[in-house]
Design a protein around this ligand. Structure first.
Ligand code: BG6
Length: 457
């Protein structure tokens, strides 16, 4: 059993991720779980610990979810700060002093991946890596090859059991619910296969654009940003075999098996789109060919899923913000009674948790005809009792790797998209506020078209 970390160090302490996610998560951990270890921020701002405390206070006010001033004061009391350049060995000597006595620190690299090699090396040389764990954030490379290289750098100092790769989708309540829903209900499992399921669609729609992250997006694009990681995890949970309950790595073993069974995509399986106006964003090239939208059709070559298409759509500047899975069941034989769609399971992952069953019932009147109805099994404004970051940070501090991406899974997921990233199909324009380029219709033509999530109140 891993032991709880005795210090948390986070690099990039004055950055965006720390401001939006890390401080609020730490605040929640102090409030709800009594977190009480030194927390050392590292950055090069030329400022002091007082300035860091002010930033933490502002962050919790702006992005925190809990009203707990006493916990905020306790968090500020735990904060320490090391200012300096990551290339400078003195920064790490100062860090070692701050870590005085710590035997099991966790180092959170909330910094661009280009800085990982230098920070990892310095941690090792300064003796700060002994007994330590490291947390890194996606993107884990830009393709399989660079993911391997990145991993070589990190694993030159940390072993796999000490590397915690955050894909925050794994920390979401509604995503974890997919596993519970599937395996805690007798009625689902007999239907959950190629004999009863016609198709599976996942839509991750965002109403907003790139929100000032133009230069990041130019390097990423929708496939690298959310498909290779977040949506692949969703597919993994939807398609996996029941994990054994007898050993710790069972869940991650089942996930990687799914990724390995997904047929690598070819250009005909993918439609890429770019919203009109993207090229005018700051940091974006005037002739950018980067996609802000992607639609893909995946095939899973497994006993359970052979012949069942898994479709993904993800994009910025779409009509609403919502992430939804629709599992369509095959038509019953008496198809006169079930003309259009109507046998499905809808799993809404955000902004609310909603699970509903689409069924057809008799339309009132003389004729033996049916109409569609939808029964909500659960409908909650938000399933997030705690944020994904609170959950994952806590797991990393406790040393539980279950909900973190494992290197073999990262590489297997890259293998699915590598081919289309290397020779991508032409990017198609689409108007903001629409469901993306019309070319995407072709991918869903044989399954009755795309199901677009609707605004709910
Ligand atoms: C991030 C992507 O990883 O996930 C963003 O970089 C995206 O582009 C975000 O908007 C979506 O996360 P969530 O939790 O809001 O669905």
């Amino acid at each position: 059993m891993a032991r709880h970390a005795d210090a948390l160090v986070f690099f990039g302490a004055t950055g965006d991720l720390a401001f939006k996610k890390i401080f609020p998560a730490l605040h929640a951990l102090v409030s709800r779980r009594g977190l009480d270890i030194p927390i050392v921020g590292v950055a090069r701002s030329g400022k002091s610990v007082e300035a860091l405390r002010e930033r933490a206070r502002a962050s919790v006010r702006e992005h925190g979810t809990l009203e707990d001033d006493a916990a905020l004061e306790r968090l500020l009391g735990l904060l320490r700060y090391v200012d300096g350049d990551y290339k400078d060995g003195k920064t790490f000597s100062k860090l070692r002093e701050q870590l005085d006595g710590s035997e099991r620190p966790v180092h959170y690299l909330a910094i661009p991946p280009s800085l990982f090699p230098v920070v990892i090396r310095q941690l090792s040389e300064a003796g700060c890596a002994r007994g330590a764990r490291v947390i890194i954030e996606k993107p884990f490379g830009r393709d399989r090859e660079s993911a391997r290289k990145l991993n070589e750098t990190i694993s030159s100092v940390f072993d796999e059991a000490s590397i915690f790769r955050i894909d925050h989708y794994l920390g979401k309540e509604t995503v974890q619910n997919l596993v519970v829903l599937r395996f805690a209900n007798t009625f689902l499992e007999p239907l959950w296969n190629r004999n009863y399921i016609e198709s599976v669609q996942i839509t991750m729609a965002e109403r907003f654009g790139v929100q000032g992250r133009g230069s990041f997006y130019e390097e990423a694009g929708a496939i690298r940003d959310v498909v290779q990681n977040h949506l692949m995890q969703v597919i993994g949970f939807l398609a996996m075999e029941p994990p054994a309950t007898t050993y710790n790595e069972a869940l991650r073993d089942e996930l990687v098996k799914v990724f390995r069974q997904i047929r690598p995509l070819t250009a005909g399986d993918v439609v890429r789109g770019q919203f009109d106006g993207y090229r005018e964003e700051k940091g974006v090239s005037a002739d950018s060919g980067v996609e802000t939208y992607a639609a893909l059709r995946l095939a899973i070559d497994s006993w359970r899923w052979d012949g069942v298409p898994f479709l993904i759509r993800a994009g910025k500047c779409l009509p609403i913000s919502a992430t939804e899975v629709v599992v369509d069941f095959k038509r019953p034989p008496l198809s006169r009674l079930a003309p259009g769609k109507g046998n499905f399971l809808r799993l809404r992952l955000s902004p609310e948790l909603n699970v509903s069953l689409g069924a057809r019932i008799k339309r009132p009147g003389d004729e033996m005809e049916s109409e569609a109805t939808e029964l909500a099994l659960v409908d909650r404004p938000t399933g997030e009792v705690m944020s994904a970051y609170e959950r994952l940070l806590n797991d990393a501090l406790e040393g539980d790797p279950t909900l973190f991406a494992r290197q073999d899974a990262v590489e297997a997921a890259w293998k699915v998209v590598d081919g289309v990233l290397a020779s991508p199909p032409t990017v198609r324009p689409y108007a903001p506020g629409t469901w993306g380029p019309a070319e995407a219709e072709r991918l869903a033509a044989d399954i009755g078209g795309w199901e677009s999530p609707e605004e709910r109140t």
